[in-house]
Design a protein around this ligand. Structure first.
Ligand code: TPP
Ligand code: MG
Length: 612
């Protein structure tokens, strides 16, 4: 029996298997164009991926990536929404510490991308964003469409939350811009940069490819280390302190950095606090950990800080707010040391710089070199004269509920069931829902937990999780994200990209069928105004109809499980999700959870303005 050959899809060479993990083009290239010179530089910089959504404003560059570079290094990651494209690059950087690129269509694509750029900015991740406009030369514009694709200053849309932007006017200038942006985004404090490429420049024909710069001469500097004398004086203060506290903030994913932070805390006997908004920074079961990480530091953390005579903050987000909360508005009496470079990024538009913290000793340094320098100084100071924190007991571990029998599922049940399912294997929690609490997940390695979105922009969860899962592909780690239903729904079409490029990922949805965070806010307002609390769900619940989240996953080629409504069915649904991921799939488990937050979180978000 003869089997008829499968007909190739339109414009697709025969014999190529679908879906393609790497959409490989056919044929060779012809001539040299302005955008080829840009593409050649992206290759020289060894940029692994460009997440993108297409658009005519960069059709020149698109062609160069496909037909000059053969869609390799960088490989395109087609995304269904620009917000997902940038979120994927954000998630990649959260794991690797290195940038990848994203490309968005002129003005409209950039407008779609803005929230994701803001999240990346607030999360201080490196990211190169390319975009396009024009032709800038009005005489070259096609009627209508090229005019609406052209804006005089596209960078203005995101200038307040990028480190740098440019719109180069020649091919040579475009290469220099990208080279500069690549260096800037990787220089601490890190963040995104945007380069807008004139369509006319991309589509200009060149005689020959311009020579490429030696990219090794344009590398970002190493992270700044503190002045040794200041680091020595910080070490002395900490050495003499009776009750030192270390606030482990925005630190790197380096294993060496992790080991040195542990060593520093142990050398000092310091109590340690970590932040649920940031990636893992310290072992979650270490006896020196003073409280489980929280989005808003809770009472245990506050009381430790009030007792502390010396606080070492390592690029801690909102040091002023944390100290104010602990000291209930009084000025903090402890001696405060802060190792951070964050001031270099602050501008007059975004208040993500947070309050102005009282700092007695400022180390203009990234956390890792500061820790290394303080540790080195401590070695010269000999043993401590008195034990730190005399009489202090380690914080009691908070237990998770048993997953037994039948009944409604709570978020702590979801956490307990997930933990039981991944017991004994290396797993990374890539993102967590707002209903998640810090004691739910054990952290023993810098990649065990990756924190949150940076800017509080809901809808980033699917995209950043996919970017992180891509970075962890083939690492032997199980990538898991626990997302709120609101977050999942706003970014759901990011899933297709993960399926298409075969990026395994497990997503559990803590589905309370509500934008529940805001129910907590409405409840507070209702109480304040003596209105009916029972109305808090209106304008918040995502019900009637309930959305079939598993079907939304399946529709994009992922595997969907649920809705899981009964506790008795939860372990098996999670087991099946993990089995699917182990077989290479993207798996989404819709878990219907009871609405509710950890008391610390709901207490903090429903506080009145101006109160601590
Ligand atoms: C883009 C955006 N829109 C709205 C908000 C306001 N907001 C903050 S949390 C939240 C609810 C998120 O819902 P979900 O992810 O389901 O989490 P839940 O609170 O239900 O656990 C909303 C709407 C936001 N932060 N970002
Ligand atoms: Mg919800």
């Amino acid at each position: 029996m003869s089997v008829a050959p499968k007909a190739p899809r339109r414009n697709e060479p025969e014999g190529i298997e679908r879906p393609l993990p790497n959409d490989k083009p056919a044929g060779g290239d012809q001539g040299v164009w302005g955008s080829d010179a840009v593409a050649d530089l992206l290759r020289a910089l060894d940029i692994p991926y460009v997440a993108l959504n297409p658009g005519a404003s960069y059709r020149g560059l698109h062609d160069s990536l496909v037909n000059r570079l053969g869609n390799e290094r960088p490989q395109m990651l087609l995304s269904l929404h620009e917000e997902s494209a940038v979120a994927i690059a954000h998630g990649w950087a959260k794991v690797t510490g290195h940038p990848m690129a994203a490309i968005v269509h002129s003005n409209v694509g950039l407008m779609h991308a803005t929230m994701a750029v803001f999240n990346a900015w607030c999360d201080r991740v490196p990211l190169l964003l390319l975009g396009a406009t024009g032709p800038v030369d009005a005489a070259k514009r096609r009627p209508w469409i090229d005019w609406i694709h052209t804006a005089k200053d596209q960078g203005a849309l995101i200038r307040h939350y990028t480190k740098w932007d440019d719109q180069p006017a020649s091919v040579a200038a475009a290469q220099e811009s990208i080279l500069r942006a690549w260096k800037i985004v990787q220089t601490a404090p890190r963040g995104p940069a945007y380069i807008c490429l004139d369509a006319g420049l991309q589509e200009s024909k060149l005689e020959s490819a311009p020579p490429l710069p030696d990219v090794t001469r344009f590398r970002a500097p190493d992270d700044a280390a503190p002045d040794p004398a200041l680091a020595a004086s910080a070490a002395k203060r900490l050495h003499e302190a009776h009750r030192p506290v270390i606030l482990m903030g925005r630190v790197s994913r380096s294993e060496q950095g992790w080991a040195e932070r542990v060593k520093l805390a142990e050398t000092l006997g310091a109590a340690v606090l970590t932040d649920l908004k940031q990636a893992g920074s310290f072992p979650s079961d270490h006896p020196l950990l003073g409280a489980s990480p929280a989005t808003f530091p809770g009472v245990e953390a506050a009381s430790l800080l009030r007792e502390a005579d010396c606080v070492l903050a390592l690029d801690w987000v909102d040091l002023a707010g944390t100290l104010k909360g602990a000291w209930r508005g009084e000025t903090a009496k402890s001696f405060v040391i802060h190792a951070t470079l964050d001031e270099y990024l602050h501008n007059g538009w975004s208040m993500d710089h947070q309050g102005l913290a009282p700092v007695d000793l400022a180390l203009a340094s990234s956390p890792e070199p500061a820790v290394a320098a303080i540790l080195a100084s401590l070695q010269t100071l000999g043993p401590r004269k008195h034990p730190a924190w005399p009489g202090r007991k380690a914080a009691a571990p908070r237990a998770l509920p048993a997953v037994e029998g039948q009944g409604a599922i709570t978020v702590p049940h979801l956490a307990a069931s997930l933990r039981a399912a991944v017991k004994g294997r290396k797993s990374s929690l890539l993102r967590h829902s707002l209903s998640w609490a810090g004691h739910f997940w054990p952290v023993h390695h810098p990649l065990d937990f990756l924190g949150s979105d940076g800017g509080g922009g809901v809808g980033s969860g699917p995209g950043t999780s996919i970017g992180s899962a891509l970075a962890l592909k083939d690492s032997g780690r199980l990538p898991v994200a626990v997302l709120g239903d609101g977050d999942f729904l706003m970014g759901v079409t990011a899933l297709w990209t993960a399926v298409h490029y075969r990026i395994p990922l497990l997503i559990l949805i803590a589905n309370n069928r509500s934008f529940y965070n805001d129910e907590v806010h409405q409840e507070r307002v209702a109480k304040e105004r003596n209105r009916l609390v029972a109305n808090k769900w209106i304008g918040q619940h995502i019900t009637h109809p309930d959305i079939d989240l598993a079907a939304m996953a399946k529709a994009q080629g992922a595997q969907g499980f649920g809705p899981v409504r009964d506790l008795g069915d939860l372990p098996e649904a999670i087991r099946q999700g993990i089995a699917a991921v182990d077989a290479g799939a993207v798996a989404v488990v819709d878990v219907r959870v009871e609405p509710g937050y950890d008391s610390g979180t709901s207490g903090a978000i429903s506080r009145a303005p101006g109160t601590r």
